[in-house]
Design a protein around this ligand. Structure first.
Ligand SMILES: [Zn+2]
Length: 358
């Protein structure tokens, strides 16, 4: 199966003149994307419909190739909004391109090796329109170098301050032997596993650090980065210490409904924000992919109130971090109970049979 990763590289080596030219192209591109959104919004368009006849309609000085990129991005935004409306159960809002990025194909952007010892690559934009050609010097860095044996995608996303490349790799099939583990993610312990492990007890402290800073300030951003680093580090360590895994089961991310606080998901009650929660699950999923471990998620409904031994469900079974079954007396740390139930819910469900021990 294919796995995809991305890496950012700064555009800080651009001369002021090139930067202004680039921004001029980005502004025009953005206008064009918004014109396409007007065309596609409320109409049925698919990728195959983006013929020259269609992409030539809006007025712009950009070339047919650039129009093709803009039309694709517009269609992606319209389709993305449709999907998101269904998933989140909310009113639809016509998307708007802010001009902060361009998703360009190999028809207009090429990567050439640089002969200079100052830079590694030239990112070359051609066939844009107005006979513009921009050569942008790029430096490689440690994260990018990790992908040296991956296949680089020909699509490049250009932002105002940086460029984003994507890399693909084929991995071997998922492992068919090994251990199944359920993971409950939370604020007291980042990861609680069905193998009785509690990992990462500094999450709360890290989140409180963020809360103490003024939103949007430099210190706030630094604290957020530190949390993100912490999430990555804990998950990375977990996987390097557990090489025998075959399956990881987590809670399914619940979508938060806007403006209805009483319906907000478990993540919110735990004060680990929705964003961090999503990021953490993504990190776990990525590590699973890289280690050929299957990744599944289950509905977390009452996983922390259900007794893993006698299946008795009662809210009072749980009190804070403590779980004590009011029917059979089973006692355990509540997060560990959650993890056991998450795994059990998947294994006893319709897709779990394939993973049950032989
Ligand atoms: Zn019980």
């Amino acid at each position: 199966m294919k796995i995809i990763r991305s890496s950012k590289t700064s555009l800080k080596f651009l001369t002021e003149k090139k930067r202004q030219t680039l921004y001029g192209v980005m502004d025009e591109y953005s206008c064009l994307v918004n014109l396409f959104i007007e065309m596609f919004w409320g109409n049925e368009f698919a990728k195959k419909d983006l013929t020259k006849d269609i992409t030539n309609i809006p007025h712009s000085w950009l070339t047919a190739r650039m129009r093709q990129c803009a039309a694709r991005e517009a269609l992606g935004m319209v389709d993305g909004e449709k999907t998101s409306v269904q998933e989140m159960d909310r009113e639809s809002v016509k998307p708007h391109h802010s001009g902060r990025k361009m998703i360009l194909s190999a028809q207009v952007v090429k990567i050439e090796n640089s002969q200079s010892n100052q830079f590694n690559y030239w990112l070359v934009l051609t066939s844009i329109g107005h006979k513009i050609k921009i050569n942008m010097p790029i430096k490689s860095h440690r994260k990018m170098n990790q992908f040296y044996n991956w296949k680089r995608s020909t699509t490049v996303t250009i932002h105002r301050e940086y460029v984003q490349f994507s890399f693909e790799k084929e991995t071997d099939k998922k492992l068919t032997t090994g251990k199944n583990v359920g993971i409950d993610v939370g604020i007291n312990h980042l990861l609680a596993t069905s193998d009785q492990e509690l990992i990462g007890s500094e999450v709360k402290q890290q989140i409180n650090k963020i809360k103490a800073k003024k939103q949007g300030s430099k210190k706030y951003k630094t604290a957020k980065k530190a949390l993100s680093y912490y999430l990555h580090k804990m998950v990375k360590d977990y996987f390097s210490q557990h090489k025998n895994l075959r399956l990881v089961v987590v809670e399914k991310l619940k979508h938060l409904k806007r403006g209805k606080s009483k319906n907000r998901g478990k993540a919110f009650r735990k004060t680990l924000s929705n964003w961090n929660y999503r990021e953490l699950l993504n990190i776990i999923e990525m590590r699973c992919e890289e280690n050929r471990v299957s990744f599944r998620s289950v509905n977390p409904y009452k996983t922390s109130q259900t007794c893993p031994t006698c299946t008795h469900v009662e809210r009072e079974n749980r009190s804070g971090e403590k779980f004590l079954c009011l029917r059979c007396g089973y006692e355990e740390h509540a997060d560990l109970v959650g993890a056991q139930n998450i795994l059990e819910r998947f294994l006893s469900g319709q897709y779990g049979a394939a993973f049950k021990a032989d």
